[in-house]
Design a protein around this ligand. Structure first.
Ligand code: IPE
Length: 245
């Protein structure tokens, strides 16, 4: 059973304090992962106050690139610092996590298509490790370096690894409807279109609407939930919003 889990950057970092890990939230997520019996788990984490701060500073987004190598390296280095923190907390909890840095692995062509070789991730899973990827910079034909979101990685990993389940754990308990209630299930974008606005803090990779659109295209069920739902998700339950196209 392959499970792809994203820990949102806003969950594991203090989004308004530059490069600050939310130790309580990350610790709770790590404990839930350590206590779960998932065989083949791939973790992806977002940028929060690490990647997004630097991306905004240099005007880099999924669409706008930079040709300034130092700027691109600053975005990547911040994400590596956060990845180091996540991997080391996982080690402390006994999880055999290994870092995977997409910047060195991926490329995007002029049409926007992403190349993501999965041999290394597959080999890690086969050896019993837990690969930990992250939103990052990506070299982008014609644009220099742009941002690669953790959400896009989740979708690509889920498709490429034929994942059985996908989880997006963030600070909200699910996808809200127009009345602020969590929608239990989304089968088509129209189910949630009225309620989907933008993200409320600095987020160069877009908010919930984009997540829902891409998750609807997956062959596997995806679940959007908050930290209180992580244990249940890893136990095979359906906390928050279930998205299945
Ligand atoms: C962003 O990744 C990575 C960078 C800004 C370099 P995500 O877009 O997946 O991060 P969060 O989860 O929204 O913080």
């Amino acid at each position: 059973m392959v499970v792809v889990l994203k820990l949102g950057g806003s969950l594991i970092t203090e989004k308004d304090r530059r490069e600050t890990v939310d130790e309580g939230a990350l610790g709770a997520a790590v404990d839930a992962i350590a206590g779960s019996g998932v065989d083949d788990l791939v973790v992806v984490h977002g940028g929060g106050s690490f990647g997004h701060y630097h991306a905004e500073k240099y005007g880099v987004s999924t669409d706008a690139g930079t040709r300034d190598a130092a700027a691109a390296t600053a975005v990547h280095a911040a994400m590596k610092r956060l990845n180091d923190a996540v991997v080391s907390r996982l080690h402390d909890a006994g999880v055999p996590a290994l870092p995977v840095h997409p910047f060195s692995l991926c490329a995007r062509d002029g049409a926007g298509d992403l190349t993501l070789p999965l041999d290394g991730v597959e080999a890690m899973l086969a050896e019993g490790f837990v690969p930990v990827l992250h939103g990052d910079g990506v070299v982008h034909a014609g644009k220099g370096v742009t941002v690669l979101s953790g959400d896009e990685l989740v979708v690509r990993l889920a498709a490429g690894l034929d994942a059985d389940r996908v989880g997006l754990c963030s600070t909200v308990p699910g996808v809200y409807d127009a009345d602020g209630e969590v929608i239990p299930e989304i089968r088509a974008f129209a189910d949630a279109a009225d309620a989907l606005g933008g993200s409320d803090a600095t987020d160069v990779t877009g908010g919930m609407a984009g997540k829902v659109r891409s998750l609807l295209e997956l062959g596997a069920p995806a679940h959007v939930f908050g930290p209180e739902g992580l244990e249940a998700f890893l136990a095979g339950e359906s906390p928050g919003t279930r998205i299945r196209g």
